[in-house]
Write a protein that binds this ligand. Structure first.
Ligand code: G3I
Length: 366
């Protein structure tokens, strides 16, 4: 069923279904089927991104554990959280997240081991060309070994290629590229493979999912780099399509489809690692109800288009609730202006939840 048909049929049922509040207020009709139950035994895994603070709330912790069988930590495994100083590690938040997943029988997706963004402040004064290889290898070895056997897959390098890059090769600028040149990617993947050979090694990419300006440049650069990396034995096993998509752009893209096919043809697994839908361009012009329907349609279409194309087995949702959405984070107006999540700011399921459930049902039945 495509989006138009989904919008005609699906939203009507969701209106009834979602009289239910997640944490217990009486249901008008039946309780929504937990998302993980839809895919159970079908070779599909559904994940959620959350933080320790969010999972510590009873309502959200329960919702995540009941609905998902994978977990990604939004902050706790990033360098900024793990490395208060150049010489020390703070595993408090990361251990808590990995333990939460284990207790709830969820797989754990490690995010991330190396990124040119969101690093500790001390990078700018401490990292230099002569210590950075050792720092990168030590970090990856220590972290990946600590969680060996408990992490299903690692985003080894996050966002290596960027459409704003001034470089002809499209590589994302930042401290690792500055210090080590393009070889930082080889170094990171080899260190991850040595430290935890059992975890799937993911190159987590963005800006290829819709036709933004220069998306074709990013797609071409990614394929060209992948050919080179694989030829020289860089142990990349999967591509993570982040999938922060937006309603300002059409969803269908022949160029995206070709890209996904090429990645598959290289023998790489394709994961969806950070799916959510940004409704920015509708915020001032459409009602919340209308936006919810449009956003739900984007989720439905994206999942039913891309999952079969990529033969995708792992799908992670980045924004569980509008209350903790990254698009509004830091905004003076607070959460709720954007509506990218499965739940609203009061933790009530939105039409997006229904759309995702229907898309998953469709995917496991075909
Ligand atoms: O918790 C502090 C708070 O105490 C403080 O007052 C506030 C001031 O800015 O900052 C808060 O921390 C912020 C944190 O999010 C929690 O909201 C950090 O500054 C901010 O940098 C951090 O942003 C995260 C961002 O990655 C950078 O790490 C977002 O939550 C997270 O959703 C976002 O996730 C990224 C993926 O890692 C990679 N792909 C894109 C995706 C979305 O941007």
């Amino acid at each position: 069923m495509k989006r138009r048909a989904f919008l005609r049929q699906g939203i009507a049922s969701s209106a009834l279904l979602f009289q239910l509040r997640v944490n217990g207020v009486e249901a008008e009709s039946s309780t929504p089927i937990p998302l993980k139950n839809i895919v159970q035994g079908k070779g599909l895994y559904v994940g959620a991104q959350a933080t320790k603070g969010q999972l510590s709330r009873e309502d959200l912790g329960e919702f995540v554990a009941n609905n998902f069988n994978m977990l990604t930590a939004g902050l706790e495994l990033k360098w900024a959280a793990l490395r208060p100083t150049p010489a020390t590690f703070d595993f408090g938040g990361a251990d808590w997240m990995v333990d939460f997943a284990a207790k709830k029988s969820m797989r754990f997706h490690g995010h991330n081991l190396c990124w040119n963004v969101s690093n500790p402040k001390w990078f700018s004064t401490v990292l230099n060309p002569s210590n950075s290889r050792r720092m990168l290898e030590e970090h990856i070895t220590t972290v990946a070994k600590r969680y060996s056997g408990r992490v299903d897959a690692w985003d080894v390098v996050n966002e290596p290629i960027d459409l704003r890059s001034p470089r002809p090769d499209g590589l994302h600028t930042g401290p690792w590229l500055d210090m080590l040149g393009p070889e930082y990617i080889d170094i990171a993947f080899h260190a991850a493979a040595a430290a935890d050979p059992g975890a799937i090694r993911v190159l987590n990419i963005y800006q290829v999912e819709q036709d933004q300006d220069r998306s074709d440049f990013v797609r071409r650069a990614t394929i060209d780099h992948l050919k080179e990396w694989l030829k020289r034995g860089v142990p990349i096993q999967a591509i993570g399509l982040q999938s922060h998509i937006g309603t300002s752009l059409p969803l269908a893209s022949e160029s995206r489809d070709q890209f996904v096919r090429k990645v598959r043809d290289m023998g790489l697994e394709v994961m969806i690692t950070e799916l959510d839908v940004n409704d920015s361009h509708l915020v001032d012009t459409a009602s919340a109800n209308d936006r919810d329907k449009i956003v739900a349609g984007y989720y439905y279409d994206y999942l039913t288009d891309v999952v079969p194309l990529g033969k995708t087995k792992r799908i992670t949702f980045w924004t569980v609730t509008d209350k903790f959405n990254w698009i509004d984070a830091g905004s003076s107006q607070g959460p709720g202006r954007h509506r990218p999540g499965l739940l609203d700011t009061d933790m009530r399921p939105k039409p997006v939840y229904d759309a995702v459930a229907k898309a998953l049902e469709h995917l496991v039945s075909t």
